[in-house]
Design a protein around this ligand. Structure first.
Ligand code: 5CA
Ligand code: ZN
Length: 409
């Protein structure tokens, strides 16, 4: 699949700080130590509806990761998937009478436009589940042949007990895992499973549903977790730096993915850090396609909202916090954008060298975007109150806000 165009990332004087991120597996901050090429996998959308503010917030968090790394003069090898065949997509297609491939293509195209408008840097590899199937089948066969997977009425399940490190990503107890498995796409109550938590690797073809050649597995379609594992192993290999997504992916998705990969390769860990963004709510409930309480990026854009203001609204919240989208959040972001634009449109101003370092330090400290915004606010307030004589300052602020925060002033 093609991704979307990259916006320019201006180079800044000096060098950024090493990134510290909260890792779900260890429950604390880790200082990442990527090589010259940092490797990150961020779980992509299931394209059955448009991008909402929750998606946008999560992808913006991982965009900051890229920007901090780029500022340390590293390259970033970023991979993202599109779950372009899965139950929710097929259900929505059936409900609306739209062909499932058309629905997926339409919503993926809209996602690309939203990402471009929000200046989210594109992944180097943007891979659909369907195009990954030829790589998924041999992985499932290997797991089965190694005794780590078993068949149940033609479907193939992964045995969580085959991974001695199962449970280390989310650190949850079995009862919570079982509840989350039922809520998030698993089938803990299906009779005949060895362990209720075992996730499906390959689903045998169902009447009226799309299916693909599965070699010795028979025709069918892939399970959800193995999709991301196949794509990540193919493009990044084991031990990549960050696996990212919203907090609802910690279990079962990232837990199961890590287990699949660890059993397949005999290596540990799948990712060095598992990083999870908080959930954005609307009217007191998590924004979700299934509940339908959504604010869409594309709708705001159609209403004439500046994408830079949307981005500032997202950045005003720490990525790990759960927060609520309101009209007020957007209004505050629009006012901030106006203040910042006025401040950088003057020919001179207070020196901005310290500001650049403050933004760098804030973002390196577990992506503390609210602290970075507060630092820019202070510079803008000083500019408004007393101005300054540094003719390079407004340009430097524009470039820093663009390069590090992705906001075009
Ligand atoms: N295709 C899978 C990942 S492989 C999937 O979860 N797709 S999704 O469309 O449901 O979600 C895409 C990303 O947005 C995930 O990282 C998910 O955790 C995140 N997300 C979904 N809803 C919210 C929300 N309300 N707030 C924050 N992030 C969210
Ligand atoms: Zn995923």
């Amino acid at each position: 699949m093609h991704a979307w165009p990259a916006s320019e990332v201006p180079a800044l004087p000096g060098r950024g700080r090493e990134l510290r991120l909260h890792d779900t597996a260890t429950g604390g901050l880790v200082t990442l130590d990527p090589g010259p090429v940092a490797r990150i996998y961020v779980c992509g959308i299931t394209p059955y509806d448009a991008t909402h503010m929750g998606h946008a917030a999560t992808y913006t968090a991982f965009d900051l990761v890229q920007r901090v790394w780029l500022d340390t003069k590293r390259q970033v090898h970023y991979v993202q998937n599109v779950t372009d065949v899965d139950d929710p997509l097929l259900v929505r297609a059936a409900e609306t009478g739209i062909d499932w491939t058309e629905l997926a293509e339409r919503e993926t195209a809209l996602f690309r436009e939203d990402m471009t408008a929000l200046r989210l840097l594109p992944p180097r590899h943007y891979i659909g589940a369907v195009e990954a199937i030829p790589g998924i089948v041999p992985l499932v066969e290997r797991l089965r042949d190694a005794g780590a997977a078993y068949e149940l009425d033609g479907d193939v399940y992964f045995s969580v007990e085959s991974d001695p490190d199962f449970g280390k990503v989310s650190g949850l107890d079995a009862a919570v895992m079982r509840r989350l498995s039922a809520e998030r796409g698993g089938d803990p109550d299906r009779p005949g499973k060895k362990n209720p938590l075992d996730p499906m690797l390959w689903m045998a073809a169902r009447d009226g549903e799309p299916s693909w050649d599965g070699g010795s597995l028979g025709p069918g379609r892939p399970g959800w977790h193995i999709e991301c594992v196949a794509i990540a192993l193919d493009h990044l290999g084991m031990g990549f730096d960050v696996q990212g997504g919203g907090s609802d992916l910690a279990f079962p998705h990232h837990e199961m993915g890590a287990s699949h990969a660890q059993v397949l390769t005999g290596e540990f860990p799948f990712a060095k850090a598992y990083v999870h963004a908080g959930m954005v709510a609307l009217h007191g409930e998590k924004m979700s396609k299934s509940k339908g309480n959504l604010v869409f990026v594309s709708k705001l854009r159609t209403d004439g909202v500046d994408p830079a203001a949307i981005r500032l609204a997202l950045l005003a919240h720490h990525y790990r916090a759960d927060w609520e989208w309101t009209d007020e959040v957007l209004a505050q972001a629009e006012a901030r954008l106006d203040r910042w634009r006025a401040a950088v449109s003057r020919p001179d101003g207070p020196s901005a060298d310290a500001l650049v370092e403050e933004i760098r330090e804030a973002l390196a400290d577990d992506l503390n975007a609210p602290a970075a915004l507060a630092a820019v606010d202070r510079w803008a307030a000083a500019q408004e109150a007393e101005g300054g004589t540094d003719t390079s300052a407004p340009g430097l602020v524009s470039r820093a806000v663009d390069a590090l925060l992705g906001v075009a002033l």
